[in-house]
Design a protein around this ligand. Structure first.
Ligand code: UT7
Length: 387
């Protein structure tokens, strides 16, 4: 089982669409400016009820469906995200619970917009070394929750969504053939999102807060410098990884890049001396969904018939950290046809998984009450209070 093949894929986009015209009513911008500088026309925004974990679950459920894999067979779940609801529990653990993937290890991976390619590489290696037989790799974001909606330099770029793939071990050559992961922390200040606990805590006192101020918990970016960095690293990492896979650029059928800006992709195509048509783009309708952008674009590319069996596809991501990464994948598994009743039965199983999760929570509470009723010193303290 030394090859890790993509055998399932799925994406989920929230219903709410935010157009450039909508944005022009919020900040000083225009459809003309945004479209000509970025190629973006609209992006999706999560509803109040949706979270990074629910988006991730929906994408993962679709990918499992396509792979015809039961959640209880899943052995590893990695969620690449910069917008988890909690530092812990991880988004991946919540997805594990929603899916009822009772035999899976689960963790989040933080590498900003490169996160999906980093996670793909980690999962592929886990399969190639025999540590697990399959894995779900998810990129999921609710970027709208970390935007400064007064900063026109950033809030026009980002959107929400999730994409997932299922990787499975096989003895058939192909699948994830080579990856390159890189970072340069010296450029960390060019694109950042401070964690909530990065703010000074009240224990430091009002004087400290007065002197140092509160830091924003929203995305901060030096657009021009990130633009320059992106055009350089896309070309270099694609070339390096394609060579590692023993291929030439002519043997690459499609490049699915992180969807940040059409101009970045055009400029990378020029550096690589290949036609821009060999890059898949859906940034016009999705905006920049950070770690989710590559798997969502992959799903759209498959849907549009841009990938055929035995094609070599390259994923390339870049972003905060600074980080960048590329993977070469041979696309050679045709998914099975799944009947409608079987699909419906799968949906029903997710409802059962949620019910099972609730029952487990109640059982813990009951055991807590029965076995660990107040200790003697607590009973005395309660009695003292009553007096
Ligand atoms: O996923 C993470 C990776 N992130 C990226 O890849 C982002 C990379 N950077 C970019 O995509 C581009 O730098 C931006 C789209 C963010 C900005 O485009 P730009 O062509 O680099 O514009 P700029 O920052 O050089 O600004 C040009 C002008 C400025 O006005 P002045 O100083 O020339 O008068 C800005 O104030 O455009 C102005 N501007 C805007 N005008 C209307 C900046 N944002 C806007 C806006 N609407 N939304």
């Amino acid at each position: 089982m030394k090859y890790a093949h993509i055998v399932g894929w799925g994406s989920f986009r929230p219903d709410k669409i935010l157009t450039n015209h909508d944005l022009a009513r919020i900040v000083d911008t225009s459809d003309e400016w945004i479209y000509s500088r970025t190629g973006i026309r609209e992006r999706r925004i999560a509803s109040e009820k949706e979270t990074t974990a629910t988006l991730a679950f929906e994408a993962a459920a679709r990918a499992l469906q396509r792979a015809d894999l039961h959640p209880s067979q899943v052995e590893l779940i990695i969620v690449a995200t910069s917008t988890p609801e909690y530092i812990f529990p991880s988004t991946a653990c919540r997805v594990q619970d929603y899916l009822g993937a009772t035999k899976a290890g689960a963790f989040d991976l933080s590498a900003a917009c490169s996160g999906f390619v980093y996670a793909l590489s980690m999962a592929a290696q886990s399969i190639q070394t025999g540590s697990v037989r399959n894995a779900i790799v998810i990129g999921a974001e609710t970027m709208s929750r970390v935007m400064d909606w007064e900063d026109r330099g950033t809030c026009i770029l980002f959107g929400d969504g999730a994409g997932a793939i299922v990787l499975k071990g096989s003895s058939v050559p192909g699948g994830v053939m080579a990856s390159t992961l890189r970072s340069d922390g010296s450029g960390g200040d060019l694109l950042s999102l401070p964690a909530v606990y990065h703010n000074p805590m009240p224990v430091l006192g009002p004087e400290y807060l007065h002197q140092n101020g509160h830091r924003k918990n929203t995305v901060d970016m030096n657009g021009r410098q990130v633009f320059r960095f992106a055009t350089q690293v896309i070309a270099s990492s694609v070339e390096e990884t394609v060579a590692k896979a023993g291929l030439t650029m002519d043997e690459v059928a499609l490049i699915v890049p992180h969807q940040a800006n059409v101009r970045i992709i055009e400029s990378a195509a020029k550096r690589l001396k290949i036609p821009v048509e060999r890059f898949y783009m859906n940034v016009d309708t999705m905006g920049n969904t950070s770690a989710a952008s590559i798997p969502i674009a992959l799903c759209d590319a498959v849907h549009d018939g841009r990938l055929r069996p035995d094609d070599n596809v390259v994923f390339v991501g870049f972003g905060g950290g600074l980080t960048w990464a590329a993977s070469v994948v041979k696309w050679n598994v045709t998914p099975p046809e799944i009947s409608l009743p079987r699909r419906e039965w799968r949906r029903a199983r997710y409802i059962l998984a949620r019910a099972r999760s609730q029952i487990k929570k109640w059982r813990r509470k009951i055991i807590d009450r029965v076995l660990f009723s107040p200790a003697p010193h607590e009973r005395m303290r309660d009695a003292d209070r009553k007096e």
